[in-house]
Design a protein around this ligand. Structure first.
Ligand code: NG6
Ligand code: CA
Length: 509
């Protein structure tokens, strides 16, 4: 269990915090989670990238703690975000796989969330950017032309400005507090994941209408000349322009911060960068020399710089805890012909690790993570084993909230890891790949991957999924690249980890 280290926390009302009395007077810093999409461990220059430069992320790292052993719960977005926001492992709950753009709300209003936790501490809460956890009661029943409900307000967010799912899934619009932004009532929106709309050209039949061709899937609706997943019609004035998505998200995030500068706030900022389709603004197009994937990294870096500059301008930088991380590991070609492989050169988005997005191998879930809180942690590097599942309970500890019985069942208070004081970290973490193969890793880097008959490699993305009909054992500390399966030479370790996993699946440890 993490303990609050009084020395680093500038609380004024410590007694109230320690007694768990938190409703009346909010304590603790503002908190911003910048959650990147599909950015890999090796994508930032502070983590060793040389082909691309991310100065704003690097500066965050120099002034904070750079974590080398931090993991998402899952190697794709929806389950990973579910784990972060609820503190429950996504594999415990049905329907947490990659969500369609018309999926119903996966986190139900009665479920406790990270936003609820902050609200109970008296914070104003906001979510800006990528959502991808469903909206409305049931799939396909959302009123895109009225108010979409239930929505984020029902799970603890006072304010939201979001993309329903991903850049490559319809509806291609922003939704602010449940209403589609800029919607012209005389041009209503229709959305379907079942059947096309009459009169709407489809990407699969009209390649001549496309600015970017799909490499896999992405052959349904055409929006802004870009092929998408799902069908939509209407809502022309409301459609986002892909080039401007990063700016819209950044501006709304900064507006939220500025509006709430005088009260404690929590902001969940999910960037669209660097998910496909990668269509960066002209400020970045062609600038990385690595094609759209590299350009999107520059765009992400700028978002980080603008948010940090805003905090400084508003005098909030010393009292705001910023956590920067990513929802899953990297992917190169993720379904569009954007020359990502051709232009990758020597860049290794996965760092020294094997696999990537979708994978049970390390690069699927081992993501970059930086924590900055003013100058408190300046220049630290932490190799402690950490999982995003613990962010909820750790931040609850930070702001003095007692998580209600039964809520966030898998989340533990590991604030000591987040503040850099515990350099060893968790005993074990549990991870999940795209087909729900579970792995367990301990603080010495021993990692066991459960047997699975699912494919070993995803054909189109060329991603190794880490599946094998035999159990796998690696030591990621001695050899970061999971190559030699050690299960036969060290069956005891494999058994130990397997039983940890079995116990965790049954309940919690
Ligand atoms: C896949 C999509 C991929 C991406 C992913 C979700 C195809 C062929 N591939 O199904 O492009 O959208 O889902 O990514 O459609 S995530 O980061 O949001 O989990
Ligand atoms: Ca993702």
């Amino acid at each position: 269990m993490g303990k609050i280290r009084l020395a680093v926390l500038p609380f004024t009302g410590m007694a109230a915090v320690l007694s768990g009395c938190s409703d009346s007077q909010p304590q603790g810093p503002n908190v911003i989670i910048i959650y990147a999409d599909d950015i890999g461990y090796g994508d930032f220059s502070c983590n060793g990238a040389t082909a691309v430069s991310t100065p704003n992320v690097d500066s965050l790292a120099e002034n904070g703690i750079r974590f080398t052993n931090s993991h998402t719960t899952s190697s794709v977005s929806t389950p990973s975000r579910y784990g972060l926001l609820t503190g429950q492992y996504p594999w415990r709950k049905e329907g947490t796989g990659i969500a369609a753009g018309d999926a119903g709300m996966i986190i139900r209003p009665d479920q406790y969330t990270l936003a609820d936790m902050f609200k109970s501490a008296g914070y104003v809460t906001g979510a800006v950017g990528k959502w991808h956890l469903g909206l409305g009661d049931k799939a396909g029943t959302q009123d895109w032309n009225g108010v979409v409900t239930p929505a984020l307000a029902d799970i603890g967010f006072d304010y939201s400005y979001i993309m329903a799912a991903t850049g490559d899934r319809v509806p291609c619009v922003f939704i602010e507090n449940g209403r589609v932004v800029n919607l012209d009532p005389s041009d209503p929106i229709q959305v379907s994941y079942r059947k096309p709309f009459e009169g709407e050209p489809l990407a699969k039949d009209h390649p001549e209408l496309l600015r970017i061709l799909p490499s896999q899937g992405h052959d349904q609706a055409i929006v802004n000349g870009i092929p998408r997943i799902g069908y939509m019609k209407g809502g022309k004035a409301a459609l986002w322009k892909d080039e401007n998505i990063a700016d819209s998200i950044t501006v709304k995030a900064i507006d939220f911060i500025s509006e709430h500068r005088d009260e404690p706030f929590f902001l969940y900022l999910g960037t669209n960068d660097i998910h496909v389709p990668r269509v960066p603004h002209e400020r970045f197009a062609g600038k990385s020399g690595m094609g759209p994937r590299g350009d999107a990294l520059l765009s992400f870096d700028e978002t980080v710089g603008r948010v940090m500059a805003a905090l400084e301008r508003l005098g909030l930088d010393d009292n705001t805890l910023v956590i920067l991380s990513s929802d899953n590991g990297p992917v190169v070609d993720d379904g569009y012909q954007d020359q990502a492989w051709e232009l990758l050169g020597d860049h290794r988005p996965w760092g020294d690790f094997r696999g990537g997005k979708y994978s049970a191998f390390e690069a699927g879930t081992r993501v970059p993570m930086i924590v900055r809180w003013g100058d408190r942690f300046r220049g630290k590097v932490s190799d402690a084993l950490f999982s995003h599942i613990d962010i909820l309970a750790s931040l609850a500890s930070l702001v003095g909230v007692e998580v209600p019985e039964g809520a966030a069942p898998d989340s533990r208070d590991e604030l000591d890891i987040l503040t850099g004081e515990d350099s060893r970290g968790r005993d074990y973490i549990i991870e999940q790949n795209v087909n729900s193969t579970l792995s367990v890793m301990d603080s010495e880097g021993w990692k066991y991957i459960s047997p699975s008959d699912a494919p070993a490699i995803e054909f189109y993305t060329k991603m190794e999924l880490g599946n094998s009909p035999q159990g796998q054992l690696y030591n990621v500390s001695s050899s970061r690249y999971e190559k030699a399966n050690l299960i036969l030479s060290n069956p005891e370790k494999a058994e130990e980890l397997k039983s940890v996993l079995e116990r965790e699946v049954k309940g919690s440890l």
